[in-house]
Design a protein around this ligand. Structure first.
Ligand SMILES: *Cc1c(COP(=O)(O)O)cnc(C)c1O
Length: 459
């Protein structure tokens, strides 16, 4: 094998010019999204009040395998991409593993995560359609930052509903978003019907992503020339994030490598869906058989303990219903859950692939996640986001298994971002006050009881 450099970069010329649409290669497609009023499959026009037209089209396009990335978006990507594929030599040495470990690092931009890959696309299409403002929600803050960056660049107004727990815990996140001129509101808020209703039912709530989504959607549909945009879960977001996997497979080709195991953290599933694209394609076409592992928090275990059912994508029950692994749209993780990855559902595409046996999932407790995060930081000199550290944990566990068996497997994981705004969580880990709350079956049952009833489909 060639001498492999620490960091493997593509040149600008080698950068992918198309996104990859995994649905085009799936043996069976995810079940159709349903209109919450009629309970019938959604038509593209049904989505126009919520998404701009091009994105509504991408959301429902199950057949176009490769979609050209508009030149303006390619140019924007070139400001912070290609992202490096890094060989984790020091981590390997420290673990004493024969495995070769690679990670694709998406933290080299101000949002601190992969979220900018889809933010720029969504803002570009909105601008092209002549929209003047956007709304969104943000949990940990990376998506709000990414979208604020893209809106500032293309000249659109933005209102960000930020989950109250994060808003209080991460004041500097708010300042960054404001630097890009966006309006940040703690959710639930009194600026929407949905927010007022949730506040009345549960005045002390620290909020949830689902609830912030409801507020952002309501604000969008009641504001002229405004649309709501979402940073994960949706098919269109996985499509935009496919840039991660397309770059990765090209970089691996340059060094004659191919992963035996592909690992990614999973909140709504966008980074994982993007990273695995070309490898899942090979798997679906029988050309290769890498193991693909989603890693989720034990405190928000949608794949490992959720139901595969139709559910709302938001707490306010405004958005279309999708069949996915879900904990119920009312599920709110315990307030002591530090990292992101707190969404109640999982991308319908990934849910289907998992349901059909193409993917595995594991859940990990947050203290073990932070143990992996600090170990990784000391060896590889990158302070990982807690979300990303879920993938690190699983990669380390797999590398340690290789140490036992003596197998020199190639492990690839997605390092989705940096953790500079998560120091409250890091501190509680250092101080030993971090705890692992794992929901009981009874806790989860409350969420399942609230799943929608769809006559003839789901009773
Ligand atoms: C948002 C985010 C995630 C999780 O979102 P997915 O849609 O599941 O990818 C993971 N890591 C970081 C750093 C994030 O910002």
């Amino acid at each position: 094998m060639k001498n492999i450099p620490h960091r493997i970069y593509l040149t600008e010329d080698q950068m992918p010019k198309q996104w990859y649409n995994l649905r085009a290669d799936m043996k069976e497609l995810p079940d159709p999204m349903l209109n919450p009023q009629t309970l019938k499959p959604i038509a593209e026009e049904d989505l126009y009040p919520i998404f701009c037209r091009e994105l509504a089209h991408q959301e429902l396009d199950n057949t176009t395998r490769y979609i050209d990335i508009p030149e303006e978006i390619q140019d924007f990507y070139k400001m912070y991409r290609p992202s490096p594929l890094i060989r984790a030599y020091e981590l390997e040495k420290a673990l004493g593993t024969p495995a070769r470990i690679y990670y694709k690092f998406e933290g080299n931009n101000t949002s601190g995560s992969h979220k900018l890959n889809s933010a720029v696309a969504q803002v570009y299409y909105a601008k092209k359609q002549g929209l003047t403002s956007l709304t969104t929600e943000t949990g940990a803050g990376q998506w709000g930052t990414a979208l604020a960056e893209a809106c500032a660049f293309f000249g659109l107004d933005l209102t960000v509903y930020m989950v109250k727990g994060s808003y209080d815990q991460k004041p500097f996140r708010k300042s960054i978003i404001q630097t890009f001129d966006a309006n940040v509101i703690a959710s639930p808020s009194d600026t929407t019907e949905a927010g007022r209703r949730i506040l009345a039912e549960n005045p002390g709530t620290t909020g949830s992503l689902g609830c912030a989504i409801s507020e952002a959607v309501e604000k969008a549909v009641t504001t002229p020339n405004c649309r709501y945009v979402l940073g994960s879960v949706l098919n269109q977001v996985l499509l935009h994030q496919s840039i991660i996997g397309e770059e990765t497979i090209k970089a691996m080709e340059l060094i004659d490598e191919y992963p035996d195991i592909v690992i990614g953290c999973a909140g709504g599933g966008s980074n994982l869906g993007g990273l695995i694209g070309p490898f899942m394609k090979d798997k679906l076409q029988g050309k290769a058989d890498p193991r693909i592992i989603a890693v989720e928090p034990a405190s928000c275990p949608s794949l490992t303990r959720g139901r595969y059912a139709y559910d709302f994508c938001d707490t306010g029950k405004i958005t279309p219903m999708a069949r996915m692994y879900t904990l119920g749209s009312g599920f709110i993780p315990s307030p002591n859950h530090a990292g992101g990855l707190r969404y109640h559902g999982m991308s319908p595409i990934l849910s289907k692939l998992y349901h059909d046996g193409y993917m595995e999932a594991v859940s990990v407790e947050q203290t073990r996640v932070f143990e992996a995060a600090t170990f990784f930081a000391k060896k590889e000199t990158i302070l990982p986001a807690p979300e990303s550290a879920h993938a690190i944990r699983a990669a380390i566990d797999e590398a340690l298994k290789c140490k036992e068996t003596g197998e020199a497997k190639t492990i690839l994981f997605g390092l989705t971002g940096t953790g500079y705004f998560d120091m409250t969580a890091y501190s509680s880990y250092h101080e030993g006050t971090m705890t692992d709350y794992i929901p009981t079956d009874a806790d989860l049952q409350r969420g399942f009881d609230a799943l929608p009833v769809i006559p003839g489909v789901q009773e």
